[in-house]
Ligand binder design. Structure first.
Ligand SMILES: Nc1ncnc2c1ncn2[C@@H]1O[C@H](COP(=O)(O)OP(=O)(O)OP(=O)(O)O)[C@@H](O)[C@H]1O
Length: 245
């Protein structure tokens, strides 16, 4: 994906102020930034859900201004709340999302068999989602987002509230998907996860504060962790000023 001078204004508020970057297919791309920095607005424009005020870009090789519908059909979206039906089983949730994406019953059944193994949700296919732990729900939500074989996965804080073992397993699944050429756009507030991204964009007040590999960002800032780079940006180099706000 690539964007050029992408901008969005809400009245006089400049939510995204003309950002440009390029992300190769098959990358795990982390979009980081404090609350209100413009991440969701950027994602909405990339997914073809919101028209930019200025600038443009391509996602999956499609122009975000003119091919928004095709882009939407090739995206799998997973929200922080997982958006699963708790009173349906894993299998029923997968069938529900498969039907929404227009797959036939046979197609969904074939996809389910593949996804149970791939997403490590084998053995509890017929268990109600409401009775599953956070990690199982998270992997089920990933399977649902991936049921129609999208080429781009958009994951909005996908590991919030999930234990460390499940988080690690989840990131291993993402590594596998990226290795198969799926592009993954992820937002997270966990800097250990940000360091697992191939590319990271740090947003601040609608601007792109930094963009590159985690190593590049740390080297440029002369810091040994992405957390330090992030905190330095978010506090303008003065952590105590931010804390006392
Ligand atoms: N539809 C809208 N109308 C008016 N203002 C909006 C709208 N959507 C977002 N904003 C404003 O644009 C700015 C950027 O918001 P955005 O949701 O993109 O930030 P964010 O980085 O995703 O934040 P968070 O981490 O809290 O989700 C904020 O000041 C927000 O209040």
């Amino acid at each position: 994906m690539a964007v050029h001078n992408l901008a969005k204004n809400f009245g006089s508020l400049q939510a995204v102020r003309g950002i440009s970057f390029q992300v190769p297919a098959g990358s795990i791309f982390g979009l980081l930034g404090p609350n209100g920095s413009g991440k969701s607005t950027t994602i909405r424009m990339l997914c073809g859900l919101m028209r930019p005020s200025a600038g443009g870009g391509q996602v999956l090789g499609l122009d975000i201004l003119t091919r928004a519908e095709e882009i939407k059909n090739n995206i799998g979206y997973m929200s922080q709340k997982f958006s699963l039906y708790e009173d349906l089983t894993i299998a029923e949730n997968l069938h529900f999302f498969g039907n929404i994406y227009g797959l036939t019953g046979h197609q969904v059944t074939a996809r389910c068999a593949e996804l149970y193994t791939r997403m490590k949700i084998t053995g509890r296919e017929n268990q109600l989602v409401g009775t599953l732990s956070g990690g199982w729900k998270q992997r089920t939500a990933l399977a649902c987002a991936f049921i129609h074989q999208p080429r781009l996965l958009v994951l909005d804080e996908p590991t919030a509230g999930v234990d460390p073992v499940s988080r690690r397993l989840f990131w291993e699944l993402l590594d596998g998907l990226a290795a198969d050429g799926i592009t993954i756009l992820v937002t997270t507030h966990y800097m250990d996860e940000a360091e697992r991204c191939h590319l990271v964009a740090l947003m601040e007040d609608g601007n792109l504060h930094a963009f590159g590999t985690p190593r590049q960002l740390m080297a440029e800032a002369g810091m040994d962790s992405l957390e330090d780079v992030f905190i330095d940006m978010a506090t303008g180099g003065d952590v105590y000023r931010q804390e006392s706000r």
